[in-house]
Ligand binder design. Structure first.
Ligand SMILES: [Zn+2]
Length: 220
């Protein structure tokens, strides 16, 4: 779900629609969250290979850490790329404003984080536009993105969070844990899909499994 104070607007024939802020969205605000209504399409699902649908799916969805396509049910699917975006994907299932977004400003993110199947030519109207979004952008940028996300997270509870009620409980728990203690940060890198591997579970799941193992040993 995209932030409620946004609207869809036609940008140009080349770009199509974009999503624009209708109010000031301060740095640290969750601008998108993967809520329970988002449509998940399996990577190898027949639907994703059906030529009638595959082009739409590829155009409007991103690929999550498990390799599934995630298609937004609302106008979040029209957010455009910018090499200097004002939001970035986090390791907590949401995108965060990394600076104040002014009323009327377009909401943008970096497609380099979307586990791209193929290179996407870019035209983001910036002098230092990198020209192409590639799958390898992930590794090249993850450390820099983590630094930016950590800094933006220091503002998280200082600003209004209209999407907070849509966070997944386990992700919110991990986020609060990080904000309160500074430990167990969930890297942006957790969003990376690696073909043929299962992503590591979030640290709370790891701990849960460890605790379960200990209690199982005790009961033996
Ligand atoms: Zn660019």
């Amino acid at each position: 779900m995209i932030h409620p104070q946004t609207k869809l607007k036609w940008v140009s024939n080349e770009i199509g629609y974009g999503v624009f802020a209708t109010t000031l969205i301060p740095k640290g605000t969750a601008v998108y969250v993967r809520d329970a209504l988002e449509i998940t399409i399996g990577r190898d699902a027949p639907l994703a290979m059906n030529p009638t649908y595959s082009e739409i799916i590829r155009k409007y969805s991103y690929i999550d850490a498990k390799g599934n396509y995630v298609l937004s049910w609302d106008h979040g699917r029209f957010v455009n790329h910018c090499c200097f975006p004002n939001t970035i994907t986090t390791g907590y299932g949401f995108e965060i404003a990394i600076r104040d977004i002014q009323p009327g400003e377009e909401i943008t993110d970096d497609y380099g984080l979307f586990n791209l199947d193929e290179d996407i030519p870019l035209s983001c109207d910036k002098g230092n536009c990198r020209g192409m979004a590639r799958a390898c952008d992930f590794d090249a940028n993850v450390e820099r993105w983590d630094g930016i996300v950590r800094e933006a997270l220091t503002h998280f509870y200082l600003v209004d969070q209209p999407l907070l009620g849509f966070f997944e409980a386990s992700a919110l728990k991990l986020l609060n844990q990080y904000i309160e203690t500074g430990s167990t940060y969930q890297s942006v890198g957790l969003q990376k899909f690696v073909e043929g591997s299962t992503p590591p579970p979030p640290s709370s799941e790891l701990r849960f499994k460890k605790e379960r193992k200990i209690s199982a040993e005790r009961s033996e």
